[in-house]
Every structure is written in C-alpha cells, then in structure tokens.
Ligand binder design. Sequence first.
Ligand code: HEM
Length: 421
Amino acid sequence: MSTPQGPAANGAFDLTDPALLDDPHGGFARMRERAPMVRGTVPGAGTPVWLVTRYDDVKTVLGDTRFVNDPAHVPGRGVENIREQVIRARGIPPEYARYVLDGILDADGEDHIRLRRLVSRAFTARRVAELRPRVAEIAEDLLDRLPAAAEDGVADLMEHFAYPLPITVICELVGIPEEDRPRWREWGAALFAPDPAGFGAVLRDMVGHIEELIVRRRAAPGDDLLTGLVHVHDEDGDRLGDAELVTMVLTLVLAGHETTAHLIGNGTAALLAHPGQLALLRREPELMPRAVHELMRWCGPVHLTRTRYAAEDVEIGGMTVRRGEAVVAVLAGANRDPRVFDDPDRLDITREPDGQREDHVGFGHGLHYCLGAALARQEGEVALAALLRRFPHLALAVPPGDLPRQPLPGMWRLARLPLRL
Ligand code: HEM
C-alpha cells in the first residue's frame, strides 16, 4: 500500500503510483526533502533504483563517469542479467534488443564519443541557427491551416501544431521522406502509449522501414544526415555498425520530436494558465529565449534520465551507491530544488539572468547532455512566438487542471491541448 505521493511500506517510491502520476512535482518534493537518494521503482528499469532529486546531486550523478549507462560496464558479478531484466520489463523482442539498448544513450566511454561525434556537427548552435528560417516557415504554414482544423473555434494544438512542427523539422534534417512521416507519428504514439503492448510490433516496423530507407539512400544519395551516416557505415563499419546505424536514425527521429512536441504543448498551456506571464511575453517578445529556459525548468517534458549504474561504490550526498546499483536522476526534482531556485514552483519568465545561461537540467547534464537541446530550444522559441503573434486572443478551451494528460511515469505530456483561437 502506498500513501498519497509517499513511499510504499518497503520505503520505495513507485513512479507508477497514481497519486505520483497526478502530482509528480509534489512527489519529487517529498523525495527531495526526505534524503539525497530514495529507493524507487521505475517501469522498464528491470531493477529497483535509487532516485536522486536534489540539484547538486543530480549534476554529480550525471557528471561522474563512475556511473555508466551500459550495465555490462560494471565490473564484477551480479549485474549480468540486468539487460535481460530490462528486455523483459519493456517487452522488447530479444532479437531487437540491440536496436533499443545499444544506441548513443546506452553507450559509454570511447563508444559514446565515437557515436556522438558522427552526429554532433549537425546539431551545433551554428547549424541550428541556419535552420531557423526553415523552422519559422514550417510553423507559419501549420498556423495558416490551424483555423480550418478548428471545430466551433477550438483546435487541438498537439495534433495540428505541436507534433507536426518538430516531426517535419527532424525528418527533413535526417532525410525521412514526407510520405513516411505520418507513420513515425503513429509509431511514436504507440511507443509512448500508457500501455505499450504492441512495442515489439512497432519496433519491427520501424527497423524494417529504416533498413529500407538505407537501401534507398545508398542508391540515391541526398543532402541529409541519413546519407552521411550511410556513407560512414559503408566506408568504415568500425565507426558505425549495422545496428548502430539503424539505432541512430531511430533515436534521432523519436528523440527529435516526441520531446519537443511536449515542450511546445506544455509551454503553451503554462503560459495560457499564467495570464501575467503571457501578457509580459506578448509585450516584450525579446524575453522569448528566457521564457523557453524557464518553461523547460518549470514544465519540461522529460522528468527522469535513463538508468545509470555505479561501476564502483560512489558517495552521493553522504549516502553510498554500491557497485552495480542503479540510479535515476530526477531532472524535474532538481529543477524545483529550493536550494538553487527561489520560489521554485513559481513560473517566472524573467528568471534566467541573461537568456543565454541554462541553469535547469531539463536537457540533462554531462556527457549525455541532450544532443538536440539547441534545436529543441529554437523550435520552442519559434513555435511560441509565431503562435502568440498569429492568435492574439488565444485561450485554453478547458480549465488548466482539466487538460487531458498522458499519465506516463517520468514524463509530463498532454494528450490534447484544446485551444480557443
Ligand atoms: C539526450 C531531453 C529534444 C536528441 C537527452 C537527455 C535528455 C533530453 C534529458 C539526456 C538523457 C540522459 O542523460 O539519460 C530532451 C528534451 C527535448 C529534447 C526535453 C525537447 C524539449 C531533442 C531533440 C533531439 C534530441 C530535438 C534531436 C536530435 C537527443 C539525443 C540524446 C538526447 C541523441 C542522447 C545524447 C547522448 O547520449 O549523448 N535529451 N531532448 N533531443 N537527446 Fe534530447
């Protein structure tokens, strides 16, 4: 039995507890107050974890290479079967495990550096800035069509703007043809459904689709990331193996839109629920970069990192994580830590001092810091700016507390965002 937002009798916090899903920030605050680390269960982890919620400790965990992402890198006995447990817990068909568990996010050390280097050039601040006019064009085009998508003056922003914008951007960048994009939208929705029962089938479809695309790109190269990756793979398989190539495409497309869509959705909902902040931003549009930093802190869509494993005993906030134990950094807990942020539960778009510095950890921290952070921030800025400019009377069609959410542990995602245009 668990108490509302509290730990179960065995002292562990269950992230699937309905009370915690309903009010994750309340739950994370309790964890943060209780201790530097608390025991928890996270679906898909395959093993009990330590949940770390305080800002400094989260940065320590994510910045310390004694924590590894691949449990195989923990020396000694006792962790051999974690991978099998994860495969079972997530319902991954074993023959497809390498596509899910051997990507950039699961790599450590030299392998991680090698994979990251292959794609990082496409996501630098400069390359991203060059994309801005195209992102703006896509946003304007979608907003042109938004009124026609409305019924009785109400349109679902998730369906008609928040999703199509980042999916179009990342697919253009990677090189996913336009006719295939609706399938990615469906696959993403199936993977992130509260009950991803069809996980295996979706995975098979996605991998098959990417393998087909690779064959097509080899025959007819384009001016996109996929062509570049296929070239590297064909020239030098040591730099990018078969499964690694597929996994990279899969990771980029999914991570590139399934998160950003919810930054746009959550951010819009938050602003509309805070009329003072909205009015300020409408009056001073140059605040937008600071606003997006603050929205990432206050309602960032990703609450948890992937599981890390201690490769040796590590001390966190005076407690010891034993070798082989699993740790999850609670980004949303760190982002509301009163040790770092004044009045942390208040949304304040003037909070970040210069709009450049990023104090929150909504994009993670350390070696696995989000590869697409600059792109996501830019999409958020462009999307919100265009939306507010085009619809001066925009309003939530239901009270903020009634917005339908996807009750997923570790995430904050709206199922729909009905807006009165
Ligand atoms: C990593 C969040 C957008 C690609 C991460 C991590 C977080 C995150 C928290 C670190 C996870 C960990 O350490 O366990 C977000 C959020 C986004 C966003 C909140 C939108 C608001 C994007 C976009 C891309 C992307 C647009 C497109 C390329 C990646 C990749 C990694 C990553 C490839 C793995 C990096 C590595 O392991 O070195 N993201 N992300 N993300 N993100 Fe994002």
